[in-house]
Design a protein around this ligand. Structure first.
Ligand code: FPP
Ligand code: MG
Length: 306
């Protein structure tokens, strides 16, 4: 299921996303060559466009149709795309959105350069707003992404990673870009806090899907985190009750480890944590106007299949 299905009914969102798609295409094609061609392929593979949708829905209703929302949405989506191109290479992931990843199709050097191209385009786009606060917000979030990724490398194969350290990683690698997405269109500090909580809920759901998701709906192969020794919440919790899972997460070969994770009840416990983060996000919406779609989204990001 697409997490955006729940909010498609918002008046104006469809039109915004159509304009966003056109502007993404223009930005990517702005410097013709190999990188533009490669990145165009991943643009065509689609995506939920969840972060720009947040930019739009978090903005005060009177500002949603303006250029600021559009340009900011393009910038956050380009950053997101950049991180995925690099992330797939670092994670050794073969498939994304049902298609071979860029490093698989075009090699590591091209994937590195394609991610850098997207990253640079994002700031070129955001610079058009002449808004120093916006630049600060997005560069801060991008630094958090890099810190989150570095933390993930340090935690690799550590089955004893604490839940607290996992939550910090989820905030850095996902929450902070959600937070920036909710601020860049004109959302206030409280909206940013909403985004941070929503991002953590989203990441936990993502990590559950990595254990139990179906390729047809996620577009990604399951079990990548366990194979890479990435201590996600379900894998940490399963390791606590099943030593075989702990051995697998530490890098040893345990053929039925993923089945053991599912049998351990760790997916249900993780979903509880995701629901709690989603509930915390909902609290931040109290008293805000025009936030029905955001409210629906706090359920959709956890209760999703893709
Ligand atoms: C996906 O997580 C990855 C991220 C949310 C962040 C990755 C960050 C970097 C690679 C470093 C920063 C890079 C730039 C260009 C600033 P996941 O692997 O849990 O999700 P997945 O299952 O969709 O791959
Ligand atoms: Mg990954």
């Amino acid at each position: 299921m697409n997490a955006l299905t729940a909010i498609r009914s918002d008046p104006g969102l469809e039109d915004y996303l159509a304009r966003l798609e056109a502007r993404l295409e223009t930005a990517v094609a702005s410097h013709p060559g190999v990188l533009a061609d490669v990145v165009k392929e991943s643009l065509k593979a689609g995506g939920k466009r969840l972060r720009p949708a947040l930019t739009y829905l978090s903005a005060p209703p009177s500002q949603r149709s303006g250029d600021t929302c559009l340009i900011a949405g393009v910038a956050v989506e380009l950053i997101h795309m950049a991180t995925l191109v690099h992330d797939d290479m670092l994670d050794g992931a073969d498939l994304r959105r049902g298609q071979p990843t860029i490093w698989v199709s075009h090699g590591r050097e091209t994937a590195k350069a394609a991610g850098d191209y997207l990253f640079a385009l994002a700031f070129a786009e955001l610079g058009r707003l002449d808004d120093l606060e916006a630049i600060r917000a997005l560069s801060g979030a991008t630094l958090s992404l890099a810190r989150g990724e570095a933390l993930q490398r340090r935690q690799a194969f550590r089955a004893d990673t604490s839940v607290e350290d996992y939550m910090l990683r989820a905030s850095l690698k996902t929450g902070k870009l959600f937070e920036a997405s909710c601020r860049l269109g004109g959302g206030d500090v409280r909206m940013g806090e909403f985004g941070l909580d929503l991002g953590v809920a989203f990441q936990i759901a993502d990590d559950i899907l990595d254990c139990s998701g179906d390729f047809d709906t996620t577009g990604k192969a399951a079990g990548v985190d366990l194979r890479d020794g990435t201590p996600t919440l379900p894998l940490i919790l399963a390791s606590r009750t099943d030593q075989e899972v702990a051995r697998a997460l530490s890098g040893e070969h345990v053929p039925d480890a993923l089945e053991r994770v599912v049998a351990s009840g760790a997916l249900e416990k993780s979903r509880e944590v995701a629901w709690s983060s989603a509930a915390s996000a909902r609290e931040k919406l109290a008293g805000a106007a025009g936030v029905d779609a955001l409210y629906a989204l706090t359920y959709a990001v956890v209760d999703r299949e893709g």
